[in-house]
Design a protein around this ligand. Structure first.
Ligand code: IVH
Length: 670
């Protein structure tokens, strides 16, 4: 029995080595054929000897089952984002602020790294083995995507013993960026187009979409890559970001090699200039440079504000531009009836995707820039933003071109248009205009609202055009039409059942999501959250006066008026009633506000509490006006320490923050 175990271990070691050479160093050491032979032998041996299967075996990269739900993972250290700078002066200001925040005599060095345009992940290693991988989420809580991350071959499932022993390292967290190379992204999109699937807008979206797939076997087929840039551990003391990168590299992770230690801000500026020029030569997208204070001690002194550290900043490159012909201007009707002019362009490739449409905002904008059909235009795209037309090349204007005139009636339903006083936009007055109906349903089903997987634009168009959906409440009656839906050409039994399941699943969405999904004008996700926190139920909101609504912080008259207008419409009230009957959530399990005794104070919990679970403690603190944060900083007011507290207690003592027992906390609340 000893023999297969030895062989298994040996094979694993060899495969790990080859994975590292191929995926991290990009220097393959054997042929694909030989590699497959080793892997197949290992798969066979593990099958015959299942008692030896271990989680960190290379065979486990694609072995896991479907993930039903991504579990939340609380980040020990919040995953912050970076504040942006857009020009050299802003970088010089950053340097000045850094120096002002540090003792006068201290010299400051920076590490410049490329800002990879992907999505950040956090990998936890326990005893040198990959334990949990999580997305950033909202920075405090992410989603567990371990099985998907395991499919990225450059991620070691187990770290080599040598460097672990050399550094006496066992448990640590590494953070980095998952991304997709441009060529791979193009290939993936071409395949999707051929299969009639929706294409991804850019490599970042396709990486994000891939990491959230529920089937790791599908993820394994997608060419995700990773660069790591940060390591955190309590095992050893780290000194600088530069050494940190060297250490990550030595542990066997993939580190982007284009980083530089800069002695001063001038060297930082030239690094940024150099990469702004060279960015197109890289096989992946970068959207800037990340500038980090090198010394970790200095980083600690500088600390963080709200969501970003004071010790780092992103230098964002200028948006990339391209020239193309504007073929036609069409007027699109949005879900609230707004008419938006959209430019149909001769397709051009720009920043990772092919652009064939760009927004023109409104008629005033068109006039100001004097944009006409047939013109050659400069378009621009930056980050998430929808591409826009920046300017027109008047020299290339066609003879006989004419100024654009706004339409006189709705281009979709032919209804009258109106222009509210003081607004530039034109509106279609017909609430039943097909395009408005489709837009409202699209918003209802979208991510961030009801998040109904699979109910995208194409399907909504199909369902509205064929009479299955007249408003969004009809979505919950689709289950009675299963047989008819299956008959529709492109839809098979399986996809109909998946959709119906996703619809049922969406009934679990919280009140704030449902409220946002209703699509009340001006009620965005943020406002919906505040409204759901203030009002216990939809009935309370329906019966509220404008004054009461406006007592909520940051909710003004335009929102309150819009809410009253929405519920004054009997049609809307009927739809809401139908949604209630369908079982959607129209009330919040509100944290009742008991007192404001802890108002303005932030708390960190550590260790095991005696009389209550952590969630309960959090609830108690919040219902008395306090805030619970996950990490100790200078701004923390109290640390509540239970049985066997962790490193947070030490940090509290270091910062001189008052430490309370559970009993003292309860006394404070009374
Ligand atoms: S450092 C507080 N380094 O940029 C430190 N981030 O806008 C923040 N990113 O969420 C992260 N390349 O997704 C860092 N070399 C790099 C990066 C990088 C890309 C992304 C990351 C982060 C976002 C911040």
């Amino acid at each position: 029995m000893k023999i297969p175990q030895n062989r298994i271990e040996k094979l694993r070691e060899q495969i790990r080595e080859h994975d590292y050479n191929y995926h991290v160093l990009a220097e393959p050491s054997i042929s694909d054929y030989m590699y497959d032979q080793l892997l197949n032998e290992l798969i066979l041996l593990e099958k015959e000897n299942p008692q030896f299967i271990s989680k960190d075996s290379p065979t486990q990269r694609v072995g896991s089952d479907l993930t039903k739900e991504f579990k939340p993972v609380q980040h020990n250290i919040p995953m912050l984002s970076l504040s942006n700078t857009y020009n050299e002066n802003e970088l010089i200001d950053f340097d000045r602020r850094v120096k002002e925040g540090l003792p006068e005599e201290e010299n400051v060095e920076y590490v410049c790294e490329l800002k990879i345009d992907g999505l950040s992940v956090s990998l936890h290693y326990f005893d040198g083995k990959l334990n949990v991988a999580a997305t950033r989420g909202d920075g405090a809580v992410g989603e567990e995507v371990t099985n998907n991350v395991k499919t990225i071959k450059a991620v070691p499932l187990a770290i080599n013993k040598k460097p672990l022993q050399k550094y006496s390292l066992r448990n640590f967290e590494v953070r980095g960026e998952v991304y997709m190379e441009l060529e791979e992204f193009k290939k993936l999109n071409e395949e999707r187009e051929l299969n009639g699937e929706k294409t991804f807008a850019n490599p970042r979206n396709s990486s994000a979409g891939t990491l959230k797939l529920q089937d790791p076997q599908l993820v394994a087929k997608r060419p995700l890559k990773i660069f790591l840039y940060f390591l955190f551990t309590e095992d050893i003391a780290l000194k600088t970001q530069y050494d940190n990168l060297l250490l990550i590299n030595e542990l066997g992770f993939r580190v982007n090699k284009n980083y530089k230690l800069c002695k001063n801000i001038d060297e930082v500026l030239s690094f940024c200039r150099e990469w702004e020029d060279k960015r197109d030569k890289l096989p992946y997208e970068i959207d800037g440079v990340v500038v980090k204070v090198n010394s970790l001690k200095q980083q600690k002194i500088l600390g963080s504000i709200a969501k970003s550290p004071r010790w780092a900043v992103a230098f964002k490159f200028k948006a990339k531009q391209a020239q193309t012909r504007l073929n036609k201007i069409v007027w699109q009707v949005g879900r609230t009836g707004t008419l938006t002019p959209v430019a149909e362009l001769e397709p051009v490739f720009l920043s990772g995707s092919t652009i064939s449409r760009a927004t023109l905002h409104n008629i005033d904008e068109i006039k100001r820039k004097d944009i006409r059909e047939g013109d050659w235009v400069v378009i621009e795209k930056g980050g998430d933003v929808i591409p826009k037309v920046v300017s027109v090349d008047p020299k290339k204007r066609l003879k006989g071109s004419v100024e654009v005139k706004p339409p006189s009636k709705c281009p979709v339903c032919g209804s009258k248009l109106f222009k509210p006083e003081g607004e530039v936009a034109l509106y279609c007055e017909n609430n039943f205009c097909m395009q408005q109906v489709k837009g409202r349903i699209g918003h209802f089903a979208a991510r961030g609202a009801m998040d109904i997987e699979g109910l995208g634009e194409a399907l909504i168009n199909l369902f509205v055009d064929s009479g299955f959906l007249k408003d969004y409440s009809d979505i919950f009656r689709l289950k009675d039409k299963r047989e008819e839906l299956i008959q529709i050409d492109r839809l098979g039994e399986k996809s109909v059942d998946n959709l119906l399941e996703a619809i049922e699943e969406s009934k679990k969405r919280k009140f704030e999501k449902v409220l946002f999904a209703l699509g009340i004008r001006y009620v965005g996700a943020g406002a919906a959250k505040k409204l759901a926190e203030h009002f216990q139920s939809i009935d309370d909101l329906v019966n509220a006066s404008a004054e009461e609504i406006e007592t909520i912080h940051e909710i003004g008259t335009s929102i309150s008026k819009s809410i009253l207008r929405f519920f004054a419409d009997s049609q809307n009230r009927k739809i809401v009633e139908k949604l209630k009957k369908a079982g959607l959530c129209f009330s919040s399990e509100m944290k009742k506000k008991i007192s404001g005794k802890l108002e303005g104070n932030s708390f960190v919990l550590t260790g095991t509490l005696e009389s209550m679970a952590r969630d309960e403690a959090k609830e108690k603190i919040e219902s008395n006006g306090g805030k619970v944060v996950s990490a100790v900083s200078k701004n923390t007011n109290y640390v509540i320490a239970g049985e066997s507290p962790g490193s947070k207690l030490k940090q509290a003592q270091k910062f001189g923050i008052q430490v309370l027992t559970e009993k003292q906390l309860l006394e404070m609340i009374g």
